[in-house]
Design a protein. Structure first.
Length: 72
């Protein structure tokens, strides 16, 4: 099972992850992840390219998140 398949299985096949779901995958708090993504650091440089805005909501592409996690 690939990382992408694992994440999709965890969240019922969702192609996009909410901030809360990404925080769960990374074993971080939602607020801690939000603060990390707002700064200029390694985590924000890795995960901001995965970001998609739909209206006012922010989501992260599951496939891109899986690639980032596999690369380390």
């Amino acid at each position: 099972m690939t990382t992408e398949e694992y994440i999709r299985d965890l969240f019922s096949g969702a192609p996009l992850l909410s901030l809360e779901q990404l925080a769960e995958v990374l074993h971080r708090s939602k607020d801690g992840l939000r603060i990390s993504l707002s700064g200029d650091n390694e985590i924000s440089r890795k995960f901001l390219p995965c970001k998609v805005r739909i209206g006012r909501r922010i989501y992260f592409r599951t496939a891109d998140v899986a690639k980032v996690l596999e690369q380390g």
